[in-house]
Ligand binder design. Structure first.
Ligand code: ASP
Ligand code: MG
Length: 421
């Protein structure tokens, strides 16, 4: 059994959907396979806009966004299917998804609280529609597949915006509803990113969460491996679009990959590595548009001699705290206060009377934290700042010049903070 995940960047247009045929022919065609798909292209962003406009009561704008979402999908469907087939699929999608989507969006107009869960009820349509189009297309191309609603499999505690997956009911769902499908079909298609809570309401797993879904399915199916097909290809020592001298990485451990993603490498959802590590399932990151090309293999083996790896995490708030009473700062209390506000701390540098933290999270939470501090401290906030990290530095790396607000050298890494340029 193999699990394969195909992201929205791969499925950004009809050409991207067609590429699935080559990918499926290339990778383990004789094994049972679970295909986990994301919403097409930027659909999730558009659905957010739809929900946001509806929530503001701006029916006109929400209508325009809704129609744009339909137009985009209609273009893809018309390019993939002959006209009769396109018509039949389109009217199925309209009745089963597009009409309920509009109703869900309109429900937001009248809502006064619980905007988060009501937004999730809109967001799930991206993956639902995408997986239906992919299923119909693959059937036409000679890959008959079963379709499965992932919300029936992955059960969460419903907390917002990143719910915790409840393992026992999810595993039970996978065993009872997913595994039997493989008796009659070698290919099953389901969705990433979407799940439900214990009351069977729709939830989502956090932005870019399809990798996480795929990792959970791989663990629950005890798959031989997970292949994350990426439009950007395998993992590199830096983002090749910004650093042309970036080198490909053949192999990494889960921990090494987790560190890269934590510090901002946008190749994998950071939560996806733990279920794979716990279940000892190898992860292959491979190039969707060049499926014969070598990928990156991630297992529990640390790769020795990694080249310097550069990552960046944008959109952070820099918090500088100063003790005005000449009493040493209680760094542990400051840190605990930040995390209990739900802020993620990516960088800290502490001295006796001064400390700095770079955090991600809602600005209101930073303000709340600031208001709760003792008057003997003063606080300065700067944003947006960017955290640069260089893992495994060697003598060849060039250090930041004047623009760094903070610079930190640790035995196996360098961090610095600068204003976002
Ligand atoms: N479609 C979702 C998003 O754009 C999930 C994913 O792509 O992994 O965030
Ligand atoms: Mg996406």
């Amino acid at each position: 059994m193999w699990v394969m995940k195909v992201g929205g960047g791969c499925l950004r247009d009809a050409h991207g959907v067609r590429q699935l045929v080559e990918v499926l022919e290339q990778a383990y065609p004789d094994s049972p396979r679970l295909l986990v798909v994301s919403a097409m292209g930027k659909t999730t962003n558009a659905l957010f806009q739809l929900a946001e406009a509806a929530g503001r009561g701006d029916v006109e704008h929400s209508r325009a966004v809704y129609e744009e979402i339909l137009r985009f999908h209609r273009t893809v469907v018309e390019a993939l299917f002959p006209s009769a087939g396109a018509e039949a699929l389109w009217s199925y999608l309209a009745q089963r998804y597009w009409t309920p989507l509009w109703q869900r969006a309109q429900a937001l107009v009248h809502l006064s609280e619980e905007v988060g869960p009501a937004t999730d009820a809109v967001l799930v349509y991206g993956e639902l529609v995408s997986s239906e189009i992919v299923r119909a297309f693959l059937e036409k191309e000679g890959f008959p597949a079963q379709w499965m609603d992932a919300r029936r499999l992955l059960i969460t505690d419903g907390s917002y915006p990143e719910p915790s997956v409840l393992w026992a009911p999810s595993q039970a769902g996978v065993d009872a509803q997913l595994v039997p499908l493989f008796r009659t079909h070698k290919l099953v298609i389901t969705q990433g990113y979407i799940a439900s809570d214990l009351r069977r309401r729709s939830v989502t797993l956090g932005r870019e969460g399809s990798d996480y879904s795929a990792a959970l399915f791989a663990a629950m199916l005890r798959a031989q491996g997970l292949i994350a097909w990426k439009d950007v290809g395998r993992l590199y020592s830096a983002d090749p679009r910004t650093y042309p001298d970036a080198v490909p990485l053949a192999q990494l451990s889960y921990a090494q990959a987790a560190e890269m993603t934590y510090y901002g490498a946008q190749v994998l959802h950071p939560r996806s590595l733990k279920p794979l590590r716990d279940a000892k399932i190898p992860l292959y990151v491979r190039s969707y548009f060049e499926p014969q090309a070598e990928g990156t293999l991630i297992t529990d083996k640390d790769a020795p001699n990694l080249p310097p790896i550069r990552t960046q995490r944008r959109d952070l708030v820099l918090i500088e705290v100063k003790s005005e009473s000449l009493q040493p700062l209680a760094l542990d209390e400051l840190l605990e206060g930040l995390t209990s506000e739900g802020l993620e701390v990516f960088f800290m540098q502490g001295g006796l009377l001064k400390a700095a933290f770079a955090v991600k999270g809602p600005y209101e939470a930073v303000e709340r934290w600031k208001a709760s501090l003792s008057p003997s401290c003063t606080v300065q906030l700067r944003q947006p700042v960017q955290l640069y990290t260089l893992l495994y530095p060697d003598a060849t790396v060039s250090l930041p010049n004047g623009e760094a607000l903070y610079f930190q050298r640790l035995p196996d890494r360098l961090h610095w903070i600068a204003y976002e340029g």
